[in-house]
Write a protein that binds this ligand. Structure first.
Ligand code: NAP
Length: 460
């Protein structure tokens, strides 16, 4: 197995320094504690840094120190808030295994209540621990490869547990071989088959993939694997083309699969198999991202962010959404968050009514488009996809100044976007949705905030 850095993250009092020292003793590797490096760099103790420069000054020093940690093998313990700055996560992830040390709030309180660190919130120490731990939990989960509960273990026990996982592998060999041999029976490229065969025996490579049926057309594996290479992450992303989500999820425990993108037709059907679903995904009724940690599965929806972000600065009252499927549900949520009043027009008006039941939006048939003069028009139907020369609405309904967002992204310049440009509209191609939803998904699945520009460049 390649020698990787072991990086410890978690709340103050979760045992990062003492477990780090125990790991250093057991492995003979160097140990670096970022809090100690910060104190050395500042020539002051942490409470004095907070007093003189506030939390912002401390975080700046922390970023400076983390950026200078050597990327070779070694043990690194980080401050509890290091994960707040996603650039720290990017730097810490390089050639590393990140271990999240988790303890219960009460145990943390007992360990740290006598220390003289300043309060971050002004709350009582017990309430502060609960609140801040709760706020940071999604960041710890996204950034970590492995979770160890240190509530009842000694430092030596936790260190041995970590080394044991790293020595024996992050997965159960039989289970991983079982999963990968079923993947190899699907229509994946020959090169991917050879790679997966190799990965069946590599101990410390985490797996990610796209779950859908079909999903072989997806560009996500190429983009993800390039990003993993950019960030020197020990991970590989593949295609999980599977008809039955229940069977698929049953095959996952112990395989080292850490994250999934979910596509048609499973965005709704995966929900019953998840342990937690974020509130925006619940409102939309669809999950396109699953983070897996300790065999617990967390569901998210990043499709709406893929529509919301390109609409930055968009103003107006009415947004007409064409379609009433999963993409339309994400669009309704996104435009509402941008302050538009959504109107849902669909080929089958009853389906539009169904979607509107959750949102209270006005509905109708696509032919009703003439009744509206929307500020924003979003196509969430497949009309115009591939070699389809049609536009989902008559060209006469496209007015100068209107914003037109076509969620179809193959081709990039759809017949609707071409007609909209000719009519003097502002246009947003569906590739922007794909790129922004993927950036958000990558952040959730790895803790790294990758520049949208980098994904756009790969998508071209
Ligand atoms: P879906 O759940 O199958 O919904 C498709 C919707 O399109 C339905 O409302 C359907 O109407 C309507 N429709 C289908 N064929 C039509 C036609 N010939 N004329 C008029 N309406 C038609 O699909 P989805 O997941 O929402 O995806 C919709 C489109 O969004 C996809 O084709 C894809 O191109 C795009 N998308 C893009 C991204 C991205 O990242 N850019 C992500 C997801 C989806 P009925 O209810 O009458 O059947």
């Amino acid at each position: 197995m390649a020698k990787r850095r072991i990086v410890l993250i978690g709340y103050r009092g979760s045992g990062k320094s003492s477990v780090g020292m125990a790991l250093s003793r057991l492995t003979g590797q160097n140990f670096l504690d970022t809090d100690q490096l910060i104190e050395e760099a500042a020539g002051k103790k942490i409470p004095q840094i907070f007093e003189a420069e506030g939390e912002a000054g401390f975080r700046e020093l922390e970023q400076h120190v983390i950026a200078r940690i050597p990327s070779g093998a070694g043990i690194v313990s980080t401050g509890g808030g290091a994960v707040i700055h996603l650039d720290n996560v990017r730097l810490l992830r390089m050639n590393s295994i990140i271990v999240f040390l988790n303890s219960s709030p009460e145990v943390i309180y007992k360990r740290i209540h006598k220390t003289n660190r300043p309060s971050l919130t002004g709350l009582s120490p017990r309430d502060e621990i609960k609140q801040v731990l709760n706020e940071r939990m999604p960041l710890y989960r996204s950034a970590a490869d492995i979770v160890i509960d240190t509530s009842t273990t000694t430092s030596e026990e936790a260190a041995s547990l970590i080394l044991n996982i790293l020595k024996n592998g992050i997965f159960n060999k039989e289970k991983r071989i079982g999963l990968l041999s079923s993947v190899m029976k699907t229509d994946i490229p020959q090169g991917e088959k050879m790679l997966l065969k190799k990965l069946s025996g590599v101990h410390d490579i985490f797996l990610y993939g796209i779950l859908g049926y079909p999903c072989m057309h997806s560009k996500s594996p190429v983009i993800y694997n390039r990003l993993f290479a950019d960030y020197a992450m020990p991970a590989h992303y593949t295609w999980f083309e599977h008809k039955n989500p229940k069977e698929f999820f049953a095959s996952l425990p112990g395989t080292g699969v850490r994250g999934l993108s979910v596509t048609i037709p499973h965005k709704e059907t995966v929900i019953p198999f998840l342990d937690e679903v974020k509130h925006d995904a619940q409102s939309i009724g669809a999950v396109n991202t699953v983070l897996i940690q300790d065999d617990r599965k967390f569901g998210f929806n990043t499709d709406w962010k893929g529509i919301y972000r390109p609409l930055e600065g968009a103003e107006g009252d009415v947004a007409v959404i064409l379609g009433a499927g999963g993409a339309a549900a994400a669009a309704v949520y996104a435009v509402s968050m941008r302050g538009f009043t959504p109107v849902i027009l669909n080929r089958t008006p009853d389906r539009a009514k169904n979607l509107a039941r959750k949102t209270g939006a006005e509905t109708g048939a696509i032919n009703d488009i003439g009744k509206y003069r929307p500020d924003l028009l979003i196509n969430a139907t497949p009309v115009g996809m591939g070699s389809d020369p049609n536009t989902p609405v008559p060209i006469s309904s496209l007015k100068p100044g209107m914003k037109v967002f076509d969620l179809v992204y193959t081709p990039r310049d759809t017949p609707l976007l071409q007609a909209a440009l000719a009519a003097g509209c502002f246009v947003i191609p569906g590739t922007e949705m794909f790129i922004h939803q993927l950036a958000e998904q990558f952040r959730i699945l790895t803790g790294i905030d990758t520049p949208v520009l980098r994904i756009r460049e790969m998508f071209a």
